[in-house]
Design a protein around this ligand. Structure first.
Ligand code: GLV
Ligand code: MG
Length: 312
């Protein structure tokens, strides 16, 4: 895994088609926690091979600030995967943090990529283990095997839900994946979101929601993204820079939450370190060690989003 990118924020993960000179040229300038250059579904079959060199060129020549930088290769059930890895990882240099593997069905898919990466790293003079892996869960079989998938390699940094392919895989009667379904009484993906979250967290991974395809409907995106934000997800894919701005906000704590978390930690510190009590009243609420853990998460997410305690 890439030590650099493992804990970096991924509130917004901006997709860029790897065959488009125009989008590649703009990719580094768009605000997002993570950018992934795509060789998979946003690239036409006839462009798959030529897109590799474009992606390598974009990685090597653009100024990428400190964001997570990733390339999505094609899935193992195509004929492109191994050459995607050899061509891109073999020539991209050290700035490439990760490879994203789509349509992961079982742990062996991740192990195969891990083994291939090790050889490519050795031949390219990269430190072995430098390149991390993000795995997409977007089939029924992938979901069934998600526990094993999340534990398959120390290179894994994030697990991602792919709602469009997933809807197709389970034969959900929708034509747009990853948006609300008003006819369904509740959240049609709640089970899937929760299942992936548990597997990811049990293995120390970041957990990411996939695309929201109605790209002009930013309010609807905000509303939908709140579902995974409230469950505990770290971020979501963005298909446009405008979507990324919305997501950076949704997946960050508010200033009020950050301040409250800060104050809980301070009250708990005083209680445990100065007064030797494990539980203490904070306003009208009892706080204890579990409260400290919850507050710590808010603080680290807030700090990553650039927040600090506001003045009293
Ligand atoms: C993303 O890859 C999706 O299929 O939703
Ligand atoms: Mg997909």
């Amino acid at each position: 895994m890439s030590e650099r990118s493992r804990t970096l924020p991924r509130r917004s993960c901006l997709s860029t088609p790897g065959s488009s000179d125009r989008f590649l040229a703009k990719a580094a300038g768009a605000t997002a926690d993570m950018t992934f250059l795509d060789l998979e579904d946003s690239v036409a079959p006839n462009e798959k091979v030529s897109a590799r060199a474009k992606v390598v060129n974009a990685i090597r020549t653009q100024e990428w600030d400190d964001r997570v930088l990733c390339v999505r290769v094609n899935a193992w059930d195509t004929r492109w995967t191994y050459e995607d890895v050899i061509e891109v990882v073999g020539h991209a240099g050290t700035r490439l943090d990760e490879v994203m593997l789509p349509k992961v069905q079982c742990a062996a898919d991740v192990v195969a990529l891990d083994l291939l990466l090790t050889q490519v790293e050795k031949n390219a003079g990269l430190p072995v283990g430098h390149v991390g892996i993000e795995a997409q869960i977007e089939t029924a079989r992938g979901l069934i095997n998600v526990d094993d998938i999340c534990a398959a390699s120390p290179r894994l940094e994030a697990i991602i839900f792919g709602p469009a392919d997933f809807a197709a895989s389970i034969e959900m009667p929708v034509l747009t994946g990853g948006v609300a379904i008003p006819e369904y009484p509740g959240d049609h993906f709640n089970y899937v979101f929760s299942r992936i979250l548990m597997a990811g967290r049990a293995n120390g991974l970041q957990v990411i929601d996939g695309p929201f395809l109605k790209v002009r409907e930013l309010d609807a995106l905000r509303d939908f993204a709140l579902r995974t934000r409230m469950l505990g997800y770290d971020g979501k894919w963005a298909l446009t820079p405008d979507q990324a701005l919305v997501l950076n906000e949704v997946y960050s704590p508010t200033q009020e939450q950050f301040d409250r978390a800060f104050d809980i930690l301070e009250a708990y510190r005083v209680a445990t370190e100065e007064n030797n009590t494990g539980a203490v009243m904070f306003g009208d609420e009892m706080i204890d060690e579990a409260s400290r853990k919850m507050a710590t998460k808010f603080l680290s997410r807030g700090a990553r989003a650039g927040l600090s305690r506001s003045q009293e």
